[in-house]
Write a protein that binds this ligand. Structure first.
Ligand code: V07
Length: 258
């Protein structure tokens, strides 16, 4: 049976969100937002659920936040889905995580295509299971002509390795004469990183109260605004992203004033 009170509450919340989107878009919105989606295991533990239940809930939040970021006019949303250190977790948890891209895309790829989102990934593909890479690469192909939000998943990503590999490529290109060492500057070096196609993030969000970078985009975050929250990723909602963007806009305004 339709619960009328619930229905109107949902309607009201949706109107309130639309109002907030309109108001936030009157000021510059961060063009690239990066998120460390932490606290899924803790969320599950608090409910006496297995850790994978937290990851599953976290996946649904990815969908909500992608949709809102796209509506706000964010150009790139980079999400830290799996780090090179995450292989140390129990095998059954890793196996489950490696199925999440397929599950996510199985449910949401049609909507992402509909919303003009382009899926991308950065990270070391070689050590990922082929079923995972195939699913992600199919999504990248299916969305390659979309020109809305770029949804960039960091999958098996680690920033120190990324930087070291960039250094090795630079050395190689110098040796073979493709690059003159006098031409090497920050911009050229950036083009050797996995993020070569993206601008540096304007805003970094990390959930669940941890105040560190955990080997995420060390070079790219040099000038980024950081926003930390105690909220666990599965509890993260539209209102939190809006709060983070508001705070970003207030900081910009204060700097602009001097
Ligand atoms: C993962 C859900 C979000 C919370 C953090 C960890 C668990 C979405 C993806 C994904 C990745 C690539 C892609 C489409 C979706 C994902 C992993 C973990 C490994 F093309 N969520 N999510 N991948 N979690």
């Amino acid at each position: 049976m339709l619960d009328k009170r619930k229905f109107w509450k949902k309607q009201d919340e949706s109107y309130e969100l639309q109002d907030q989107i309109i108001s936030i878009k009157k000021q510059p919105v961060p063009s690239h937002i990066a998120i460390i989606m932490d606290g899924n295991g803790r969320w599950a533990k608090k409910r006496a659920l297995p850790r994978i239940a937290g990851h599953h809930e976290g996946m649904k939040v990815v969908r909500k936040i992608t949709k809102l970021a796209n509506e706000l006019g964010v150009k790139t949303l980079t999400l830290y889905a799996f780090s090179t250190e995450n292989w140390k977790r129990p095998k059954m948890e890793v196996d489950y995580l490696m199925k999440l891209p397929e599950e996510f895309l199985g449910s949401f790829l049609p909507e992402l295509i509909e919303e003009n989102v382009r899926v991308e990934m950065m990270g070391y593909r070689d050590s990922l299971p082929s079923h995972t890479v195939n699913a992600v690469e199919k999504a990248m192909r299916d969305t390659q002509n979309n020109n809305g939000l770029v949804l960039n998943f960091a999958l098996n990503y680690g920033s120190r390795s990324e930087i070291l590999d960039a250094v090795k490529s630079v050395l190689n290109d110098c040796k073979s004469g493709i690059l003159n060492e006098n031409e090497l500057n920050e911009e050229v070096f950036s083009s050797y990183l996995m993020t070569s196609k993206h601008e540096d993030p304007d805003l970094l969000i990390r959930t669940s109260g941890e105040i560190r970078l955990s080997n995420f985009m060390l070079w790219q975050l040099a000038y980024t605004e950081f926003w930390f929250t105690e909220v666990l990723w599965p509890d993260f909602s539209e209102k939190h992203l809006i709060e983070a963007v508001r705070e970003f806009q207030n900081r910009q305004r204060r700097f602009g004033g001097v």
